[in-house]
Design a binder for this molecule. Sequence first.
Ligand SMILES: [Zn+2]
Length: 295
Amino acid sequence: MQQKNRPFELADVQMRARRLADGVFAVMASDIEETDHTATNAGFVVGDSSVLVVESLSNARLASQVIGEVSKITSLPIRFLVNTSFHGDHCFGNFAFPSDTVIVHHDATKRVIDERFEQDRSFMIGLLGANAGIEETVARSADITISASGSFDLGGKQVDIEHIGFAQTDGDLIVRVREDNIVFVGNMLQAPPPAFPWLLEGRAEEALTTYRRLHDMLDEHTVIVPGHGGAMRRADILYSIGYIEKLNGLARDARDKGLSSSQIHEALTMKEYSGYSMYDFIHFQVNVPAVLGTE
Ligand SMILES: [Zn+2]
């Protein structure tokens, strides 16, 4: 992948905790309000007896920042660490967490990390650049796996973890704190509009079903922490749904009409979504080939 497509310079990212509710924090890039920063988000939930962290980020430096943000709030131990997918920007920092922290994955995420960590690490170095601390990362996969759902009691605070279907990977997990109406969804939702889904593994129809399910299980007051960017609301999910529905429709038409590849570029241009900084790359190089089956 070319350098111009790099979403940000990893070495510049500084993470800061933001309180969402009593004992529930998102950890986001410190300059997220001023920029359309697309650094990966983390989070943590603090109970009376222990802490659960969501995501370890791309490398030891960022993982240590997340651990540092936890220690500013509480001295309780980080008992659990959940990765919402195998994507390196969400889980490559696992090895920097204490050895007694229990890592939690969906079965499919553990399988990918156990079987093709080196391949994913090379991909992430290509995406985020050399010397960004990714070379030093060491694979650390789950101690506990979840296939459908699980609950963790942190002492007066319950966290529910669910797999509600494929959105971006087979192992997508969401992390819910129901009593506070907060959900961490990882890359299932890339970032607030104008960001739209990255169909890295195709399967647009399955992703649509999962987006609709997520929309229907939340309410208008739910605070959603996406994989990247600022917090979202339920209505924002409709933007991702609308994008895929339109893309699918245009792809169907293009196939029916037997358009040539130069006509396809024109026919599948979706100008109203071009405000997203990653539009050229993700729309034309990832999503269009994914829905046309021409990757
Ligand atoms: Zn991500």
